[in-house]
Design a protein around this ligand. Structure first.
Ligand code: ATP
Length: 355
């Protein structure tokens, strides 16, 4: 029996609802498969925990987290804690501390889901987001607070090592897909240091991948291309900030933020990787039982794939597509189904499918 140690961190808002649904479906999958078991430990790190203890991650928490095979993460963000405190208190220390530099964000329109685009079925993208430096490197400071000369700096950091490895990762991913096409997203017309190096290193790495077709697009222009010519994109590599924004757009164009998954990968597997839906804690629907769990299920499939459980990952995606195709949709997709009903539809399909 293959045993995978999973740290589940539901954290805040609908994170607790969708991770509970994800764990339920994973349990059904593991029973059906019979060949693997998930040894899950629920970690209570959240904004509530922060307000009680003064920290999100307790002393020794990251060390403990290192012993897991993967992290299954919900969402962090609370109305009682400033966003920059919660993000830097929980998600970023894990992503940066574990060198999860490759953030992979697939987007496609699942069967039965309506895209706001008339040619939404053309969306089949993977956005590769640099996840360790760039605009979110945390480099900067504030001085003269409250005075007219108050100053704040926020410096984007681009290193040769950081830029080269994310481009190489994106080329490898592009090479593995049928279209073998990689688009470099940049802003090197206006930002002439970091972004120019970002471009130069892309073409240095490109020389090693003659079989991958490339093109280059400014970040502002790529938004219009996503909307007007979705078929012309395949894999996209972008900086931490740019890809953060583009992947929310990609999620909305594929039908809803509630279906979009992400993997924060440490490709060398020195540290555990982290899998999470891209959406946040969504206070407007928290506690109503209507959060869409599909993003979390898709995320769980990416986690299974990473753990080498490819057949279970495939079954899970089939179950997800069966549920969306049969119209079991939560309100964000225009339906009336609850989180529990979608979870049941996916679980029932898994149970009914042959092992
Ligand atoms: P945060 O500040 O934690 O990023 P947020 O509420 O500002 O959270 P998101 O949660 O990412 O932002 O999403 C914005 C809106 O999209 C939500 O308020 C909600 O209405 C909708 N949404 C996001 N995720 C889901 C989901 N899984 N199911 C249904 N609706 C969702």
């Amino acid at each position: 029996m293959r045993v995978h140690k999973i740290a589940a961190i539901p954290a805040d808002g609908i994170g607790t609802e969708v991770i509970a649904a994800g764990l339920e479906v994973l349990e059904v999958l593991s029973k059906r498969d019979g060949g693997f078991k998930l040894d899950v430990e629920l970690l209570p790190w959240s904004s509530e925990y922060y307000l009680k203890h003064g920290h999100y991650i307790p002393e020794g928490g990251l060390e403990k987290l290192k012993t897991f095979d993967a992290i299954f993460f919900g969402a962090v963000g609370s109305q009682d804690v400033p966003d920059h405190v919660s993000l830097w208190g929980l998600r970023l220390p894990i992503a940066q501390g574990f060198d999860q530099y490759a953030n992979v964000r697939p987007a496609r329109v699942l069967p039965g889901v309506k895209s706001p685009l008339k040619n939404g079925e053309d969306i089949d993208w993977v956005i590769v987001r640099e996840n360790s430096e760039g605009e979110y490197a945390g480099h900067g400071g504030r001085a003269h607070r409250g005075l007219p000369i108050e100053t704040a700096t926020e410096t984007a950091i681009f290193t040769r090592a950081g830029v080269e490895r994310i481009h190489r990762f994106a080329f490898e991913l592009a090479r593995s897909r049928p279209a073998k096409h990689l688009t470099l997203v940049t802003k090197s017309n206006a930002q002439r240091f970091g972004m120019v190096m970002w471009d130069e290193m892309f073409y240095e790495v490109a020389a090693e991948y003659p079989d991958v077709k490339t093109d280059r697009e400014l970040v502002d222009a790529v938004t219009t291309r996503m909307v007007l010519k979705p078929k012309t994109l395949d894999v996209v590599v972008a900086t931490n900030l740019h890809a953060d924004i583009l992947s929310d757009l990609a999620a909305a164009l594929s039908g809803s933020l509630g279906i979009a998954p992400t993997a924060n990968l440490n490709p060398e597997r020195i540290f555990p990787s982290m899998f999470e839906p891209i959406h946040g804690s969504a206070f407007d629907i928290t506690g109503k039982g209507i959060a869409n769990p599909i993003a979390t299920f898709w995320t769980a499939a990416m986690m299974l794939e990473h753990l080498g459980e490819t057949s279970a990952a495939r079954v899970l995606m089939q179950a997800v597509e069966h549920a969306t195709a049969s119209g079991v949709h939560t309100p964000d997709l225009g339906g009336e189904a609850t989180t529990a009903q979608v979870t049941k539809a996916v679980s029932d399909y898994i149970k009914a499918s042959q092992a």
